[in-house]
Design a protein around this ligand. Structure first.
Ligand code: TXA
Ligand code: MG
Length: 350
């Protein structure tokens, strides 16, 4: 398939280009587009054949459901059965933005979207190109992250091109995404309310918005892997680069010491080692393959750079990546969730 790459300036949107892409969605094609979190691979959510193409292009298992993206709340009536009060409060507070909510599905949503579940995930992205594309198509747009299944999510059009060139109709290049990690997925059909995937909107902010309501998080453990998971996507290894990832957790000076020791060990085995470091530590390692994710005290920056760094190590053919752990506060929870997925839960505590 011929893939057309269309560059669009998010601060000065060319509507003719958006219409061209929206037409492809309406005709049942695939369009990769930027959101504030990561790039998505979109298709008409009401067209089963179109949605099926998403699974083929990504190599995605069919039991992993998709998020339906909307540009206005009116569209919700065709997607969900009803909108509970707490959903309205969260939409007021966090939409458009990196919060996906799960509600009971309407019968009009094809089973392929929800992988047979009776719930559906919905999100209104905070990105002018995404909103314009959905709005012009006049349809709800199903969109998983625009990567090959199992690879780190794309935070730049170049990542989408790397994974999906020749497999989709259009890739919209709208520059780098701002959040850099996927949305928070919150199940509003569960009691207590349950975060299935941590992301840009933290548990604390959601709970505060709902007047202190209890919210639990499910984390992927080896038990979850063998039983039926709450969120079907949780059982798959995600965000994984080609290299092996090992997280080192503990006090920062000890982390640096341990990583240097490991660099020595693995170099003796003729393996290429890389370090996912921070601004504070990047000059302390005995290898040239160090990528700084940014300032430790600014986790938003670290979140924004993580997936690009993982892909960069692949490009440099690194065999083993040592990653410093980050404080699990705020978006730090989401960063450590993605890192431990990439590491297959391979963590050394020092
Ligand atoms: O930020 C994002 O959420 C990006 C952008 C493109 O919007 N999208 C994204 O989609 O990350 P995807 O398909 O890569 O991840 C969707 C997650 C999966 O873990 C899936 O299992 C879960 O949401 N999910 C979707 N529908 C669900 C449902 N009905 N019940 C439980 N989990 C659901
Ligand atoms: Mg994904």
């Amino acid at each position: 398939m011929q893939t057309k790459v269309i560059k669009i300036d998010k601060d000065n949107i060319d509507l003719a280009k958006i219409r061209e892409a929206a037409n492809v969605i309406r005709k049942g094609g695939l369009v990769a587009f930027p959101t504030e979190t990561v790039y998505g691979l979109g298709a008409n959510a009401l067209d089963e054949t179109a949605v099926n193409k998403i699974f083929t292009a990504k190599g995605r298992p069919s039991d992993n459901p998709l998020i339906v993206h909307i540009s206005d709340r009116k569209s919700l009536s065709a997607i969900v059965k009803s909108i509970p009060e707490n959903a309205l409060i969260l939409m007021d507070k966090f939409w458009p933005g990196p919060l996906t909510i799960i509600l009971k599905k309407s019968p009009g949503i094809p089973r392929i979207i929800t992988a047979g579940l009776d719930s559906v995930a919905v999100r209104m992205p905070a990105h002018p190109i995404a909103l314009a594309l959905i709005n012009e198509s006049g349809l709800p747009v199903a969109a998983p992250s625009a990567n090959i299944s199992g690879r780190p999510s794309p935070t730049d059009a170049s990542h989408v091109i790397e994974d999906l060139m020749g497999k989709v109709d259009i890739i919209i290049d709208g520059g780098s995404t701002s959040v850099g990690l996927e949305s928070t997925v919150l199940d509003l059909t569960a009691t207590p309310l349950t975060i299935l995937r941590p992301g840009g909107v933290t548990k604390r902010r959601i709970s505060d918005a709902l007047g202190g309501t209890e919210i639990i998080s499910v984390s992927k453990t080896s038990e979850d892997l063998s039983s039926v998971p709450k969120s079907p996507g949780m059982k798959y290894i995600h965000y994984s680069p080609k290299a092996k990832v090992i997280i080192i957790d503990g006090e920062i000076s000890k982390i640096v010491e341990k990583i240097n020791e490991l660099i020595g060990e693995y170099s003796n085995k003729n393996l290429t080692t890389g370090v996912l470091a921070t601004k504070q530590t990047k000059d302390l390692y005995n290898t040239s393959m160090v990528i700084s994710l940014g300032d430790r005290t600014r986790p938003e920056t670290i979140a924004g750079n993580l997936f690009h760094a993982l892909r960069e190590f692949d490009r440099r053919n690194v065999d083993i990546i040592f990653a410093e752990s980050i404080d699990k506060t705020g978006i730090g929870t989401a960063i450590m969730n993605r890192l431990s997925n990439a590491a297959g839960h391979n963590i050394i505590i020092v």
